[in-house]
Design a protein around this ligand. Structure first.
Ligand code: COI
Length: 368
């Protein structure tokens, strides 16, 4: 799908007058996550087998025909990645082509058209340039980009739609969880599963998140912050935490090994997950992808072989897990506190993203 763009495919129609500096500063004060949106968005229509010209325009509601197939049969996918302020005052995104690739993997699973990766990144670069003043300066804050695609064709037959809309908007973001980087308590779900073999677990589709909400509500009822998902077949192997990948830290032969569940098709292949596996090795830790059962989790903690657990994702970066609850009991991890490996990995990733550490991997994409 890589297509070199010889000319811009976006028409730029920014607002005649943007928000005052004072009002923007007010809105960016405590951005939290996903509550404040910038002033522009990009839309790109797909019809008759081709993507049309895109448009950067004022942020605002989108009208759909009531028969639009996304409203009935749920062809809806999305992505999430961030733009970070750099020490020279410029901005850069983190591995946006990885998100473009995963977007197209999700699209393929939902029988939706792929968008050329170059157009996905072109749209993001144009929006970030337009919204430069909305990119926060503080380390740990960023401009979150939310690309999505929905089926817009008005047709009630159950088949892939023939018309789609790609939309991209942006949101200044700080901490994902209201408690900041405090360890969370998780509930191991036995009543619900997130994804089954052959299903859509590896795709970032809206339906996966809709189906997770009742389990999240149950976790809340049990006094927990987040749900931990087990595999659908054995109900034994740990898959994810909420909408994030999960990591465990083992002590083996005087060395720390970070272990994350292997990608089986039911897990989301996280860009942060993949990046942490590399960063961990650079920091001198071992890194493994394999299956981890709940009984192993419990036993390794009891025996002192496991010292930390944390979740990772674009939105929250790294979130330590301090306590685990299930129908079989509850146990603490690292005394309920953030461990040193989670802290070091988080700092290393943020330093790289904010341009404070050399980008030896070519992960940063300069925007401005
Ligand atoms: C992330 O961790 O970035 C996620 O995908 C969660 C998001 C749906 C808010």
């Amino acid at each position: 799908m890589n297509e070199v763009l010889t000319a811009p495919t976006l028409d730029l129609h920014p607002k005649a007058a943007v928000m005052s500096d004072a009002e923007r500063a007010e809105r960016m004060k405590n951005p939290g996550f996903g509550k404040v949106f910038t002033e522009h968005m990009v839309v790109i229509p797909y019809k008759d087998g081709v993507w049309g010209r895109g448009e950067l325009k004022a942020y605002g509601p989108i009208a759909f025909d009531p028969a639009a197939s996304v409203l009935h049969y749920g062809q809806a996918i999305f992505e999430g990645f961030k733009a970070y302020r750099q020490p020279d005052g410029g901005t850069a995104t983190f591995r946006p082509f990885e998100n473009a690739k995963r977007f197209n993997t999700s699209a393929a699973r939902l029988a939706m058209p792929a968008i050329p990766e170059e157009r996905f990144v072109e749209a993001a670069d144009a929006l970030i340039r337009q919204e430069d003043k909305w990119v926060p300066n503080a380390v740990g804050e960023s401009l979150y980009l939310r690309p999505l695609m929905v089926a817009t064709e008005a047709a009630l037959g159950v088949r892939p739609a023939k018309e789609y809309l790609f939309v991209l908007f942006a949101s200044p973001s700080g901490a994902y969880f209201s408690g900041g980087v405090k360890p969370v308590t998780v509930w191991i779900s036995e009543d619900y599963v997130r994804a089954a073999p052959g299903g859509t677990g590896f795709a970032k589709c809206a339906g996966n998140y809709a189906a997770s909400l009742i389990a999240q509500a149950q976790a809340t009822e049990k006094g927990c912050d987040q749900v931990v998902w087990l595999d659908a077949v054995h109900r034994e192997f740990v898959e994810e935490m909420g909408g994030m990948n999960i990591f465990f830290v083992y002590q083996e032969g005087g060395r720390e090994i970070v272990v994350t569940p292997e990608l089986t098709g039911t897990l989301l292949p996280g860009v942060t997950r993949k990046s942490l596996l590399d960063l961990a090795q650079e920091l001198g830790y071992g890194a493994e992808e394999r299956k981890i059962s709940v009984s192993e989790w419990n036993a390794a903690l009891k025996e002192g072989r496991m010292t930390e657990a944390f979740a990772c994702g674009t939105a929250a970066v790294i979130t330590p897990i301090g306590k685990v609850k299930s129908t079989k009991g509850e146990w603490l991890i690292h005394n309920g506190e953030t461990g040193p490996v989670a802290t070091k990995l988080r700092e290393a990733l943020l330093a790289l993203q904010h341009g404070q550490k050399a980008d030896t991997h070519g992960w940063m994409h300069k925007v401005k």
